[in-house]
Write a protein that binds this ligand. Structure first.
Ligand code: FAD
Length: 414
């Protein structure tokens, strides 16, 4: 059989879309039709809403639907982290229960992985689940959990066997956020946004059917989620043109507004290189030869970093295993953000610290200065990217670790 091409996928999606699009149904009804058509996640199997096509077909189908004026999949942890992980590792019963509402946008999800002492060293988690009959009882604290304040469900990793070695005593769960044992507290960020939370679990309950993968096999499942996180990094809420109307569009607009509220400072987190030249012009500094030199270095690095990201995307689309370009691209993005920060500071001087409301661009620049540190932390810090490059691609020896090969209970902890 001839290989399916992007043009084939686009053509088939368009044909289906024009036959099916009805702007007056509800958003959930529209996404249900999309799921049942096999164009929501065409790379999945026919048994689970897909068509067994290559991975690239997902983004081609979504882009085609959006370009045709329709609505595609919801963004956020539900469709980008939880659903693909559960599709790959969950039981059929769990898939049958959670995939559909995650993909229609009916349920929103968050990721409860990081803990105060377990971020880069995620496998060093201390949140503990103990089995009691048909239920796991969960106690512990998670932190930096984006959108946990309005999530219906969460993916979570917890220690279920303190006598196993570090990476083997971990289990991956799906938990209901709407229960008494789960308390979500907002964190005030230094840029005045509140996009992530602390989550405290006190005797929270998880049915045994909500284990994803094997009990004690959660580390492999968590790694799958982290791989999906890298794949979808940088996705933002969809904008709709004013002429787009109808119930589906209105509901999708409202959904996107909630999503964008969480992520509205993310462009600033990347440094806003698009504003540096303009700011230099406004402040009359474009003739400064040293500044011009640094501006060119910034734009060259930004271009190279975008091309690296494109290369990583193309490799993923071809189904190739992740290469060094993932870490190199992440490091380059952090460096672009830092250079923007330095340039804005030189251009604006002390005024860069003022978040005035009478000049929105000025306020944006002030926000850049306190948002860029997040770029080199989220999704694996710069130091962790250096370790990955050294150990996985340059053949350097692994970091010494005192916590391997012994029961986790016996590992010294602060
Ligand atoms: C914007 C944002 C959104 C986030 N969203 C979520 C979310 O939704 N869910 C979630 O679970 N988490 C989330 N996180 C948390 C994120 O995954 C962690 O912040 C990250 O993994 C780093 O962990 P940490 O903050 O505990 O820092 P630590 O791991 O404590 O690191 C502290 C410092 O030590 C360095 N360091 C650590 N280990 C090594 C090493 N082996 N070698 C060299 N240096 C090292 C680090 O590079 C860093 O400079 C988010 C974070 C950010 C910034």
């Amino acid at each position: 059989m001839a290989e399916v091409t992007e043009a084939d996928v686009r053509g088939q999606v368009l044909e289906w879309f024009h036959e099916t699009w009805d702007p007056d149904v509800s958003l959930i009804e529209w996404r249900t039709r999309l799921l049942e058509s096999g164009w929501a996640v065409p790379s999945w199997s026919t048994e689970w809403f897909g068509q067994g096509l290559p991975v690239w077909a997902d983004s081609v189908a979504h882009a085609t639907i959006r370009q045709a004026g329709g609505v595609a999949m919801p963004l956020g942890a539900a469709s980008t982290l939880a659903a693909p992980t559960i599709y790959e590792h969950g039981s059929d019963e769990l898939k049958g229960r959670v995939l559909r509402p995650a993909l229609t946008g009916e349920h929103t999800w968050c990721q409860l992985f990081s803990e105060p002492g377990a971020g880069s060293d995620l496998a060093g988690m201390k949140a503990t689940a103990v089995r009691d009959g048909d239920t796991w009882i969960l106690n512990g604290q998670k932190v930096w959990n984006t959108s946990a304040d309005h999530a219906d469900m969460a993916i979570l990793v917890a220690r279920t066997d303190w006598d196993a070695v570090k990476h083997q005593g971990i289990t991956y769960f799906v938990i209901d956020m709407h229960q008494d044992g789960v308390e979500v507290r907002p964190i005030e960020q230094m840029n005045y946004h509140h996009s992530f939370m602390e989550v405290f679990m006190t005797d929270a309950e998880v049915p045994v059917e909500n284990v994803v993968g094997e009990v004690g096999g959660g580390w492999a499942v968590a790694r799958a989620t982290l791989a999906h996180e890298r794949r979808y990094a940088g996705m933002r809420g969809v904008k709709f043109a004013p002429e787009q109307t109808g119930r589906v569009i209105d509901e999708a607009r409202a959904e996107s507004a909630v999503y964008n509220e969480t992520y509205k400072w993310y462009p600033q987190r990347m440094g806003r290189p698009d504003l540096v030249l303009e700011r230099a012009g406004v402040s009359g500094r474009l003739d400064d030869p040293v500044l011009r030199d640094d501006l060119m270095k910034l734009y060259s690095l930004e271009k190279a970093s975008l091309w690296t990201a494109e290369r990583a995307k193309a490799n993923r689309a071809l189904g190739r295993p992740p290469g060094s370009e993932g870490s190199i691209g992440k490091l380059a993005t952090s460096e672009v953000a830092r250079r923007c920060n330095a340039l804005f500071t030189r251009i604006a001087g002390a005024e860069g610290m003022l978040k005035t409301t009478d000049d929105p661009v000025h306020a944006t620049v002030a926000e850049v200065l306190v948002s860029t540190p997040a770029q080199s932390i989220a999704g694996g810090t710069d130091e962790i990217q250096h370790n990955i490059l050294g150990e996985s691609f340059l053949g350097l020896p692994k970091e010494p670790a005192a916590d391997r090969g012994i029961p986790y209970r016996d590992v010294g902890r602060s």
